[in-house]
Structure formats: structure tokens, C-alpha cells
Design a protein around this ligand. Structure first.
Ligand code: UD1
Ligand code: MG
Length: 449
């Protein structure tokens, strides 16, 4: 059965020192909350509820634009983690099966870990809590375990000296039957050091009802939360390390992995090769066997099998590079299709264009797509040859197998197979260069004397 998700994201994130709600800060170009949701979503397609608080409207808009099926509920007052979960009650009313509670600011819980929790639930534990051995337990809640049973969770503030010695800590991730979860949460009070409704108290409540609770342990690295900009940078670095490792495991060659930056949604096929200092913004897919050469920046782009991009190329959103095409140094492509085997090798701007198969755009070719108000399309037919430094003033169409002379400014359509030259005719003045030079030098000599 599919599990349901409750992602807690009402916290203000004061220490981020930001006008933006904390969970909208991004790791791998996806907001923090989306990472928690993505891990949870591997547990099946149950209902998904995000509990927002600080900046709820902004969080709601961002969340719904990514996932229209998400239910965003608002926790107007932050009265504790149990109170936060209670806000999801209506959204999960009648929901059957398990619910996971995750934190929106904790992006690295692995799907395998959640599966272990689901297995522990299936094994008969009413409530399963994800714990970790903390290198520095600090202010984490401590898991009090007897045998293989979780007896209770004690918050640092409420713990005795002996309990503070425990280093098996609460990650915050909890799994329970959805209906039972709300039942247990209802029984939680706020008689504690913080005066908050602690979600962690559901363990004691469950035990008092004769229900068994258990823990699953994960590595501390999975439980890393983001509270400051420094932690955000650390999280980005952890994310990038994981992505580099998974790209290599998927058969991608990274010459200098630590210099390649991925997005949460980057897709790279087998036997692709990525040279140093390449940045993948969101929405990039690379087909197998392509090469992305050094210092290239790609975003919202699709690169066909066997294509070579870069060095120093920039692919902007809507760039679709055909199989075996070449995009060379200092070439920018935006909202354009470059046909299979086509070449745009040097110093070009290609925007709002369709470049046919095997066409060749000479060095410095520019599509002049913008008139200051509107964008206009350019079409270049298959096997066309565009001379170096041609200005293609859009809207304009170059037929298949047509050519343009170098330095042309092309403002009218060029028929198939035709040669278009749009530049001033060259004239020759015999001996004029020498005469000009000697008169200039003579003038200079007169001045310095
Ligand atoms: C909580 C746990 C603690 C655990 C630690 C792990 C409780 C009582 N304590 O403590 O055992 O070791 O996390 O990091 O659960 N939130 C809301 N609404 C609220 C309160 C919190 O949405 O009213 C959200 C926060 O945005 C955050 C998460 O819940 O994402 C945890 O809240 P936080 O205040 O950080 O709890 P801790 O005191 O760290
Ligand atoms: Mg915390």
C-alpha cells in the first residue's frame, strides 16, 4: 500500500537571515522541501501534505507549482511538532495505510532508509522512529531503547543527566498508521520544559496503550538539517558528491568530478563524458555517448546521442541539440533546435532558430532574433552552409543546401540551393595604402620636429 507523507515546514529559519522561507532555499536547484518529498515519494503515491507556517503563501505557491497534487496546510501558530502534524489531519482523513513524517529542511533521508522503516512497521511496530548515533548528540531528542523496543523519546531540555549520556538520537522521521498517528497526536500534551506539543511524546502514549514502538538506525549524514547559510552550502556539497557518485555509477565519465555541478533533475546517459568545470542547471537531459567539454553551462537543454558541446558553450532553456551535432566554443543556443550532425562551432548566438540536419554555421554567425520588442524565428535548411559572420536578421529562412557569403547581413529568405551575398562589394585602389601611410608618417614627423 502507498504511504502518505506529512512534511513539516512551518519553521521560520531565523538563522538563515533571509526574507525567503527556509524550505524554499535550494539545493541542487530544488527547494529543500522538494528533496524530502522526493525521498518520501519513492514509498508510493499516497497523499502528500506540506505543513507551512512562516511565509505560508509563498511556500504554497512554490509547492503547488512543482506538484499540483500536494496539499499545503497552514500551521498559523507554531506550538510544536505534534501540533504541526495535527494540521494534516483533515488532508489525511480516511487515509488508509502508513504515514511518514519528514522535515522539510532535512533533504538527505534515503529511500532505502524509509523502506527499512516500512518493513519495521510491517513487522508489527505501531510507531517506527528513525534514529542515528550522533557524533555530538547536543540538543537532539534521545531515544530510550530497551531490548529492541523504543520506550520513549526524551527531549534534551527535559532529559536527566543519565539520559543526556545516550547518543542514539531522534532524526525526527516517524512512521505510523495514518489514523493511529492522529489518534496518538491528540493525546499529546504540552507539559514540558518548552511548553510545546512534542511529536516525540507519541511513543510514550503508544506504549501506554500497549502498542510496540521500534527504531530504525541510519547514518548521521542522512539526518543533516539546514539552519544556516553555511549548512546550506554544506548540504549543496553533500548533494553534489552524491550526484557525482551516482553519475559515475551510471556509466558517465567525469574527468574531475569535484568540479562538475548537477541539478536534482539532471539526466545523463551512459558513456557520456563530462570534462572539468561543467555546470548543469535545472532541466538538462543528455543522451548516451555525448561529450560535454570543459567550462560549459547548460540549463533546460536536451543534448542528443554522440553530440559534442563546448568547451565554453552555453545552452539555455529550449536548446535541443541533435544527435552527433557540434556546439563549439563561445556558442550560445537558446530556444532552438539544432539538427542531427549540424555544426555551430565558434562564437555564435543561435536563438529561436531551427537549424537543419548537417547544416554548418560559420564562425561568428548570429541570429538577430530580437527587434527590441518581439522575438522572431530563423530557419536554416538541411545541409545549408552559412558563411562566417553572417547576420541572420529574423524572421528569415535559409533553404536546404543554400549558402551565404561571409559577412552577409541576410534580411530576405534564401531559396534552396541558392547563394546569398548581402554585403558591400569590395573595391581595390592600387597603391593607395602606401601613399596613405607615407603621408601620415610625414605629418607625424613634422609635428615632432
Ligand atoms: C526535533 C525533535 C527532536 C529531534 C530533532 C531532530 C520534537 C519535539 N523534537 O527537535 O527529538 O532530535 O527535531 O532535528 O519533535 N516544525 C513545525 N511546526 C512546529 C514546530 C516545528 O513545522 O510547531 C518543524 C520545523 O520547521 C522543523 C521540524 O518541525 O522542520 C523540527 O522542528 P525543530 O524546532 O527544529 O525541532 P527540534 O527542537 O530541533
Ligand atoms: Mg531542529
Amino acid at each position: 500500500m502507498s504511504a502518505h507523507l506529512v512534511v513539516l515546514a512551518a519553521g521560520q529559519g531565523t538563522r538563515m537571515n533571509s526574507a525567503r522561507p527556509k524550505v524554499l532555499h535550494e539545493v541542487g536547484h530544488a527547494p529543500l522541501f522538494a528533496h524530502a518529498l522526493a525521498a518520501g515519494a519513492t514509498m508510493g503515491s499516497g497523499r502528500r501534505v506540506l505543513v507551512a507556517g512562516h511565509g505560508a503563501e509563498e511556500v504554497r505557491a512554490a509547492a503547488l507549482s512543482r506538484d499540483p497534487h500536494l496539499v499545503v496546510v497552514e500551521q498559523a501558530e507554531r506550538l510544536g511538532t505534534a501540533h504541526a502534524v495535527a494540521q494534516a489531519r483533515e488532508a489525511l482523513s480516511g487515509a488508509e495505510g502508513d504515514a511518514f513524517v519528514l522535515y522539510g529542511d532535512t533533504p538527505f533521508i534515503r529511500p532505502e532508509t524509509l523502506s527499512m522503516m516500512a518493513a519495521a512497521r510491517a513487522g508489527g511496530a505501531a510507531v517506527v522512529v528513525l534514529g542515528f548515533e550522533a557524533a555530538d548528540p547536543g540538543r537532539y531528542g534521545r531515544l530510550v531503547v530497551e531490548g529492541d523496543e523504543l520506550v520513549r523519546i526524551v527531549e534534551y531540555k527535559d532529559a536527566t543527566e543519565a539520559e543526556r549520556e545516550i547518543d542514539f538520537c531522534n532524526s525526527g522521521v516517524i512512521c505510523a498508521d495514518a489514523a493511529l498517528l492522529f489518534d496518538l497526536v491528540d493525546a499529546v500534551g504540552c507539559d514540558n520544559a518548552a511548553g510545546e506539543y512534542y511529536l516525540t511524546d507519541i511513543v510514550a502514549v503508544a506504549r501506554a496503550r500497549g502498542l510496540r514502538c521500534a527504531t530504525v538506525a541510519c547514518d548521521e549524514s542522512e539526518t543533516m538539517g539546514v539552519n544556516t547559510r553555511a549548512e546550506l552550502a554544506r548540504a549543496e556539497s553533500v548533494f553534489q558528491s552524491r550526484r557525482r557518485a551516482s553519475a559515475m555509477a551510471d556509466g558517465v565519465t567525469l574527468t574531475a568530478p569535484e568540479t562538475v555541478f548537477f541539478s536534482h533533475d539532471t539526466v545523463i546517459g551512459r558513456d557520456c563524458s563530462v570534462e572539468p568545470n561543467v555546470v548543469f542547471g535545472p532541466g538538462v537531459a543528455i543522451e548516451p555517448g555525448a561529450t560535454i567539454r570543459a567550462f560549459s553551462h547548460l540549463e533546460g537543454a536536451h543534448v542528443g546521442a554522440g553530440a559534442i558541446v563546448g568547451p565554453y558553450a552555453r545552452l539555455r532553456p529550449g536548446a535541443r541539440i541533435g544527435d552527433d551535432a557540434r556546439i563549439g566554443n563561445f556558442v550560445e543556443v537558446k530556444s532552438s533546435q539544432v539538427g542531427p550532425g549540424a555544426k555551430v562551432n565558434h562564437l555564435s548566438y543561435v536563438g529561436d532558430a531551427e537549424i537543419g540536419a548537417r547544416a554548418n554555421l560559420g564562425a561568428g554567425t548570429i541570429t538577430c532574433n530580437y527587434d527590441g520588442v518581439f522575438k522572431h524565428p530563423t530557419r536554416v535548411g538541411a545541409d545549408a552552409f552559412i558563411g562566417s559572420s553572417t547576420m541572420l536578421v529574423a524572421p528569415v529562412e535559409i533553404g536546404a543546401e543554400a549558402m551565404t557569403g561571409s559577412g552577409s547581413v541576410i534580411t530576405r529568405d534564401v531559396p534552396e540551393g541558392a547563394l546569398a551575398i548581402g554585403r558591400a562589394r569590395q573595391t581595390i585602389k592600387d597603391g593607395l595604402a602606401r601613399r596613405l601611410m607615407s603621408s601620415l608618417r610625414a605629418r607625424k614627423a613634422k609635428r615632432t620636429n
